[in-house]
Design a protein around this ligand. Structure first.
Ligand code: GLY
Ligand code: MN
Ligand code: MN
Length: 480
């Protein structure tokens, strides 16, 4: 669903529903690595330094003034269970996942004396907090500017203490009329205070230094995934597929929604996921019609339909996958009718998707329109009206470092983009919600579904559920 873009995962420390479970798993990692140079919140994998450096160089070639970005402080969320995760733009450009860092990237254009004006010959500087051994006794090791070999580890030729940031900015202010940074903006969720805090700090520390927004330029880069990002996304999808298969096998009346979610999160974590891509959505019966249902408190009943929108994060990248299941293993005729319409809409969009297609509703190559038209011309509600009115969210969004990834949703698709295809019909009067969501990468000629191994066909789903129920019954008999 596209409508809550940038309202999710905006905290520096991710507030996932299963944070305690996640914290416990990461705690094990931290314990196992005491004494090494790995810090507790380190992601499982990371792209090579050269990849992050190439992204910075690309951006530096697009600007005529220095770019200044701040990472998260680690104090964004006041919770003992919070786990640090870097500000996404900062991570995209540095691969650095620790607190209180900043980066300055000078424009690529050279002055007559070599190097960018005011840069002292440096093309970029990473600023890190000083070594704090007392703090490290609690949190584990962190990188610091005085660590031997810090340049090679971070991929920055210049790594300086964060206290040097103000003098650097003061110098920049004498040479450039403005800097580029990520400016604060208001989202429908009210915005996130990080950028505003940094701008207030800047006003106090370097008064008069103007700034322009670099957000859209970074977002445009983030829309095309690198080979490394594609690998991380594929792993996130694989883990999510595994979790959905487990859910299909265990689903039955009498379980609570949270028990299904707990099993799925366990599959993610045991497979190496560091966190959920977003809070798991498991909504049965009436809850199937709430798009981002989050209470997970219902006891699943015979005859319920259950929407499971659950996706893993792997090495910072999030999958986003939904399946809709009959609680008792067999869709009612009406549930199957609606399910098949949603599946038909998804298949129509999948068949049409190729480079040049658009994810936004208005575009002339809009995939949304294809799915909407399918839904609106198939089936009726109880009053005999077409079903388009019950498809109440967008069809697609990009995925990446954010499950609702950044960038212009009307930008025509290009090879290397990764996005969701997720039609849905939600009829509260019938306690009937159906969503099917898959993740796809754009190829030179079309798209490839990353989540294709996870069945969407209702017969296949019923078969998997029936086989699992049979095994459960046999197991019970064996116990008697
Ligand atoms: N999992 C939220 C969405 O599908 O957009
Ligand atoms: Mn989605
Ligand atoms: Mn989803």
């Amino acid at each position: 669903m596209g409508s809550r873009a940038s309202g999710v995962n905006r905290g520096g420390c991710r507030a996932v529903l299963f944070r305690v479970l996640v914290a416990a798993a990461c705690g094990i990692v931290a314990f196992a690595t005491i004494g090494s140079s790995t810090s507790a919140q380190q992601r499982r994998e990371r792209e090579p330094n050269s990849v992050y450096a190439a992204r910075r160089a690309k951006l530096a070639a697009e600007v005529d003034a220095p770019i200044v970005l701040w990472g998260y402080t680690g104090r964004e969320e006041y919770s003992e269970a919070a786990i640090f995760a870097q500000e996404e733009n900062f991570y995209y450009l540095t691969g650095h996942n620790e607190e209180d860092a900043a980066v300055v990237i000078f424009p690529a254009s050279k002055s007559a004396t070599g190097g960018s004006a005011g840069s002292d010959g440096k093309s970029e500087i990473l600023f890190l907090p000083p070594k704090d051994t007392a703090k490290e006794k609690w949190n584990g090791l962190r990188m610091s500017p005085t660590d031997p070999g810090i340049e090679a580890r971070t991929g920055f030729a210049s790594v300086q203490p964060i206290s040097e940031l103000i003098p650097t900015l003061q110098k920049i202010a004498t040479t450039y009329p403005e800097i580029y940074t990520v400016l604060p903006y208001e989202t429908e969720m009210g915005g996130y205070p990080h950028e505003k805090d940094e701008m207030d700090w800047l006003d106090k520390s370097v008064p008069g230094l103007k700034r322009a927004d670099i957000r859209e330029k970074i977002a445009a880069l983030r829309q095309i995934k690198s080979p490394g990002e594609l690998l991380f996304l594929k792993r996130a999808v694989e883990l999510s597929d595994d979790a959905h298969l487990e859910a299909m096998k265990m689903m039955r009346p009498g379980l609570y929604e949270y028990q299904i979610a707990a099993k799925m999160v366990e599959v993610h974590l045991m497979g190496g996921s560091e966190a959920e891509g977003y809070s798991p959505i498991v909504g049965a019966g009436p809850n199937s019609t709430a798009l981002h249902y989050d209470k997970l408190s219902r006891k699943i009943e015979d005859g319920d339909i259950v929407v499971l929108d659950v996706g893993a994060q792997y090495s910072g990248y999030s999958a986003d996958i939904t399946r809709t299941l009959p609680a008792n293993g067999k869709f009612t005729p009406r549930q199957r009718e609606i399910y098949e319409i949603v599946l038909g809409a998804q298949n129509a969009a999948i068949a049409a998707a190729k480079p040049g297609s658009q994810l936004c509703r208005a575009g002339k190559n809009s995939l949304f329109k294809i799915a909407y038209d399918y839904i609106n011309t198939h089936g009726k509600d109880k009053q005999g009206r077409p079903l388009g009115q019950y498809f109440i969210h967008g069809l697609s969004h990009h995925i990446g470092l954010n499950v609702h990834d950044v960038g212009d949703s009307c930008r025509p698709l290009e090879p290397g983009m990764v996005f969701t295809i997720e039609p849905g019909i939600y009829i509260p009067d019938e306690n009937l919600g159906v969503r099917i969501e898959d993740d796809a990468v754009v190829t030179e000629t079309g798209i490839k579904l990353l989540s294709e191994k996870l069945p969407r066909n209702p017969d296949e789903i019923e078969k998997i559920m029936a086989e699992a129920a049979k095994k459960r019954a046999e197991g019970k008999k064996g116990d008697d």
